[in-house]
Design a protein around this ligand. Structure first.
Ligand SMILES: Cc1cc2nc3c(=O)[nH]c(=O)nc-3n(C[C@H](O)[C@H](O)[C@H](O)COP(=O)(O)O)c2cc1C
Length: 377
C-alpha cells in the first residue's frame, strides 16, 4: 500500500478559533500548484482522509479535485493522529491502494519518522510517500519527501520536462500485473518497455547510483564476477559502438535508449578454474540494477539479442570473460510513434507468468509444494 502524508498549506494566523483557520491566498495557490504536480506524478489515491480542521480540509479538497479522489473528513487525522489510526483507516483497503492523509504537525512529521526510521521534517504543504509492504501498515519505506519549494519549482519547470515526467510514473494498465500475492511496488512496476524517451538523458549521479546497486549484489565467494561496458547516449561514439553489437531487431528500438550496456561475467579466474555461479551472480547484480533504476523512474530492457563475438572483438574482451546480455535503459517515451507497428503491439500486450504451482515444488520433482494449498504445511 502506498501512503501519502500531506501537511496542510499555509493558513491564516488568526481566526475565531483554531478550527476555523483558513488557507491564505498564497496557501491556496501553492496547494493548487502542488496538486498539478501530484497529478503529473501519477498520484491516484483512492481515498483522501483529512482532518476536519478547515485548513486541512481546504487543502484536501483542492488536491481531491485535481486527482479525482474523494475526501473523508475524520477526527482520526486531527491532532494526535498515530499509527493505530492508520491501521483502522486502511483496514478495508487492499495492498494495491494508494491513500492520502492530510493533517497537522507535529503528528505528520512524527508519524513519517516513526514509520520509516528517517528523521522527517514536513513543512506546510510538504508531502511524503511511504510504501508499506504486506498488511503491517505501521512500518514502511520513505520513498520521497517533497518540500513545498520543490513543488513550486516542479510546477515552474518547462513543459517538455513536464510532459516526459508525466509518463514516467503511470504504468500502462496492461503492464501492471495482477499479482496473486502482494509484492514490492518496484517489482510490480518493473517491465521491459520498448518505447524510450529519445530526449531525456540519465544524469551521471543517477547512473552511478544504478551501477552502485549492482556493485552491492551478493555473489558466490564474493567473487563479484560482473563487468559492465556502459555507453551513455551523450557519448555518441561509445553509444554507437554498443548499438552496433546489437541484433537488428533490438537496434530498431534500443537506439532511443539513454544508456546502452553490455553485461559481461567472469566465467574463469584461471583456465582450469571455472566459476559455476558466474552467470547466476551477474543476473543478481543486474536484477539489483534494474530495481534501483526503476526507483528513479529509469526503465531497463535486457537483451540476449546481440553478437557476443562482435562485442568481444570491439571491446577486446579477454578469455575467461563472457558477454552475456545487452541492456537498454532510459525514461519511458510519452508517445510510441517512433516505434514500428509490431513493437507498438508488443507494448500493448499484457504481461504473463506461469503459476507458482508450475515452479515451486517439494516432495518430488514437478510436484507443487504442499504449502501452496491453503491449510497445508
Ligand atoms: C536475458 C534476457 C534476454 C532478453 N532478450 C531480449 C531481446 O533480445 N529482445 C527483447 O526485445 N527482449 C528481450 N528480453 C526481454 C524479455 O522478453 C522480457 O523480460 C520478458 O518477455 C518478460 O517481460 P517483462 O520484462 O516486461 O516482464 C530479454 C530478457 C532477458 C532477462
Amino acid at each position: 500500500m502506498r501512503l501519502y502524508f500531506l501537511r496542510h498549506g499555509i493558513a491564516e494566523d488568526l481566526a475565531t478559533s483554531d478550527f476555523a483557520r483558513e488557507l491564505t491566498k498564497r496557501g491556496r495557490r501553492r496547494v493548487a500548484n502542488s496538486a498539478k504536480v501530484m497529478k503529473r506524478l501519477g498520484l491516484e489515491p483512492s481515498q483522501i482522509f483529512s482532518s476536519p480542521r478547515l485548513r486541512a480540509r481546504q487543502t484536501a479538497e483542492i488536491i481531491a479535485e485535481a486527482l479525482g479522489s474523494g475526501v473523508t473528513l475524520t477526527e482520526a487525522v486531527n491532532f494526535g493522529f498515530d499509527r493505530a489510526d492508520i491501521g483502522r483507516l486502511t483496514k478495508h483497503l487492499s495492498a494495491d491502494d494508494e491513500v492520502m492523509f492530510v493533517g497537522h504537525n507535529p503528528d505528520m512529521s512524527l508519524l513519517v519518522s516513526e514509520m520509516t526510521g528517517v528523521d522527517a521534517s514536513m513543512k506546510k504543504g510538504g508531502l511524503a510517500r511511504v510504501d508499506v509492504i504486506g498488511r503491517a501498515v505501521d512500518e514502511g519505506e520513505l520513498v520521497w519527501l517533497i518540500a513545498p519549494k520543490v513543488f513550486d519549482a516542479l510546477q515552474d519547470g518547462s513543459k517538455a520536462a513536464a510532459a516526459s515526467d508525466s509518463c514516467q510514473l503511470t504504468i500502462p494498465a496492461q503492464k501492471l500485473p495482477a499479482t496473486a500475492q502482494p509484492v514490492h511496488n518496484l517489482i510490480k512496476h518493473r517491465w521491459s518497455p520498448l518505447g524510450f524517451d529519445r530526449e531525456r538523458d540519465i544524469d551521471r549521479e543517477t547512473l552511478l547510483s544504478i551501477l552502485e546497486a549492482a556493485r552491492w549484489a551478493a555473489s558466490s565467494f564474493n567473487l563479484q564476477p560482473w563487468r559492465f561496458i556502459v555507453a551513455p547516449r551523450q557519448n555518441r561514439d561509445e553509444f554507437r559502438k554498443v548499438l552496433s553489437v546489437l541484433r537488428e531487431g533490438n537496434q530498431s528500438w534500443a537506439r532511443y535508449a539513454a544508456v546502452l550496456m553490455i553485461a559481461v561475467t567472469q566465467t574463469h579466474r584461471e583456465p582450469d578454474a571455472p566459476n559455476r555461479h558466474a552467470v547466476h551472480d551477474l543476473g543478481l547484480a543486474i536484477s539489483q540494477m534494474v530495481l534501483q533504476a526503476l526507483d528513479r523512474d529509469v526503465y531497463t530492457h535486457q537483451m540476449g539479442g546481440f553478437f557476443p563475438d562482435k562485442a568481444r572483438e570491439v571491446y577486446q574482451i579477454p578469455e575467461g570473460f563472457e558477454p552475456l546480455t545487452a541492456i537498454a535503459m532510459g525514461y519511458r517515451a510519452a508517445s510510441l510513434d517512433h516505434l514500428g507497428a509490431g513493437h507498438r503491439e508488443r507494448e500493448a500486450a499484457p504481461r504473463q507468468r506461469q503459476e507458482l504451482t508450475d515452479m515451486v515444488y517439494n516432495g518430488s520433482w514437478a510436484r507443487p509444494a504442499a504449502f501452496l494449498k491453503e491449510g497445508k504445511a
